[in-house]
Design a protein around this ligand. Structure first.
Ligand code: 4NP
Length: 153
């Protein structure tokens, strides 16, 4: 299973999603590939946001190896699942890859896999210093659900 996590800047939410999933698949010894990217290239080449680095570290996860990048057309072939953090990301991804509800199962909203947050967005924490803890907990629940659903892949 090859999974790409996507948000707007690829510095706050999707780096956390990548780190949490990578940690989970290592613990479960699953042979999955994980990466993350942004729908924008605004922060391309940058480290994750310090606030994401901190909340990850508090939970025993290192995300400092990551560097922001923008999505590229080949991502559509190179990943089995492309997971959006919010509805705007989802819509931007479908526009970018030229897909729609009728021809694509690959591009999904990450909260689809959550037992607690289905239908909600992972809120953009960029302008909310206190939002990172909530984002982390939401992503953890989504990723637990994802691992269970996809366990046999
Ligand atoms: P992310 O957060 O999409 O979770 O990485 C953001 C990062 C940067 C900006 C917005 C959201 N920005 O406007 O630069």
């Amino acid at each position: 299973m090859r999974i790409l996590m996507v948000c707007l800047g690829n510095i706050c939410r999707s780096p956390l999603a990548e780190g949490i999933l990578l940690n989970a698949i290592r613990n479960k010894k699953l042979n999955w590939t994980v990466d993350s990217a942004g729908t924008s290239g605004w922060h391309a080449g940058e480290y994750p946001d310090q606030r994401s680095i901190r909340i990850a570290a508090q939970n025993g996860i290192d995300i400092t190896y990551q560097r922001s990048r923008k999505i590229v057309p080949e991502d559509f072939e190179n990943f089995d699942l492309i997971l959006a953090m919010d509805k705007q990301n989802l819509s931007d991804l479908k526009t970018y890859f030229g897909t729609n509800e009728n021809n694509d199962e690959k591009i999904r909203h990450i909260t689809e896999f959550s037992t607690l947050h289905s239908g909600k967005d992972i809120p953009d924490p960029y302008y909310d210093d206190n939002g990172f803890e909530k984002v982390y907990r939401m992503l953890e629940n989504c990723i637990n659900g994802l691992i269970e659903i996809a366990d046999d892949h």
